[in-house]
Design a protein around this ligand. Sequence first.
Ligand code: GLU
Ligand code: ZN
Length: 318
Amino acid sequence: MSGVRGRFAPSPSGRMHLGNVCCALAAWLSVRQDGGEMVLRMEDLDPDRCRREYGELLIDDLRWLGLDWDEGPGKEGACGPYWQSARRDRYEQALQTLRARGELYPCYCTRAQLHAASAPHRGDGVVRYPGTCRSLSARERAEREKTRAPALRWRVPEGTVAFDDRFLGPQAMDVQGTFGDLLLRRSDGVHAYQLAVTVDDMAMGITQVVRGNDLLASTPCQILLMRALGGKEPRYGHVPLLVTGDGRRLSKREKDLDMGVLRQRYTPEQLCGKLANLLGMLDKPEPVKARELIGLLKREMLQRETLCIRPQDWTGEY
Ligand code: GLU
Ligand code: ZN
């Protein structure tokens, strides 16, 4: 046993698309190549977006592709449950740790207020929380409590967080300057992704995280939170996002090359071969089992921000 533990942590908010599948394959190969253990964790906290059926489909799609896991749904282990919706007590415990140190406070801002307060916009879509509710008095809180259930925010420490991405190299971010105090629980009681993912990566003993680089900016947040909760951060590696020729990202909502479509067009071996070719593991697409690719994924193949695909190359011809 190498001591490496990796995970794939999808949100069951729709059918996986080609980009999600590519990412799952990269995460799985990284773990298997290192002789590590793979955990599958369903990030199904948001009841507005996630559905159990999507989770079941996701599991079926991963199995169909030949990606397996040592712990996860259908394979209970020491770190379960593996659906985040069944782990809320753990997130509450973590909140309690922070609360006991005075690092949490209730935030009464509405979405509209947050947007209005964050001008001028920086153009990158990031809205920094300006700290509106950071130092309300007990009376002000009681007053606001009458009309609105609060969200919970964490007092984010100042300073730069640096980490060395396995594929993209050295990264640094001032989390307080970029995001401000982080939201850890929404006003409707749903725990935030940043909290849940951090608590679970710690609790599940994860040592390596390989995921899409749309989450690159989340990593410093998670590292900070992990340190505050007394954990040791895993090694992070962010893999390229798939984009079409005009630079558009694939998305679940648009049902871009989702697994429903891909499974009609390809056998698992054909799809693995296409993905291996896309990532540079095979010179041309030829049918291959996922496990035959173990050892072929090299760091150089992932050292880029995007990978361009042409949808017409994925219509089923081989
Ligand atoms: N659940 C997140 C997503 O599907 C990914 C979490 C992670 O890999 O850290 O976008
Ligand atoms: Zn607020």
